[in-house]
Design a protein around this ligand. Sequence first.
Ligand SMILES: [Zn+2]
Length: 203
Amino acid sequence: MSVQQRPIRMKTLGKGPRKVLFVGGIHGDETEGAYTTDELPKAFLDANLADAVTLTILEDVNPDGRAARTRDNANGVDINRNFPANNFDQSNGGTPLSQPESQALSATIDRVQPNLILVMHSWAGKEFVNFDGPAQEVAERFADIAHLPVEASSEFAPTPGSLGSYTGRDRGIPILTVELLKGSDSAQDWERIRTALLQAIAG
Ligand SMILES: [Zn+2]
């Protein structure tokens, strides 16, 4: 449950040995990934991936932020800066994993032990795929299929305590961040990234 007691919903599909964690949203004012999150379960099953992959979908890690249309959670903390990464700093307030939303995501990662994490975000003025950890190849293939540029995290902004810093850089779990264009047409986005997403999930 979130700070304001909204449920953080999770869904598991398939029963394959490859584990993939998909996170539909973590910044409340970046809702562009919601449509893709809704469409993904059917596409996953239609692609016959259920025997090869166990797909865990966290619909939205920040439901309070989404309800209030804010980047941060109800305590004013950026969930994506609240992970116990080596580069954590207190500029965003609090201590690592001080928020129920980051705790829920962290516990899910520990339980699922994913081979790949995919996270949906959006960005004003540009769209791209970003990665942390050993995910350059996955990112490049994704970008190729979806016709998006790849940017390494270090190229655009410091991200202390981010999910990517924590899981990708520190724990060595490949993580792909899909930055859709803010305000874009979600149905068109889905058509464009669908194949790339399924390829990444299939591995
Ligand atoms: Zn974001």
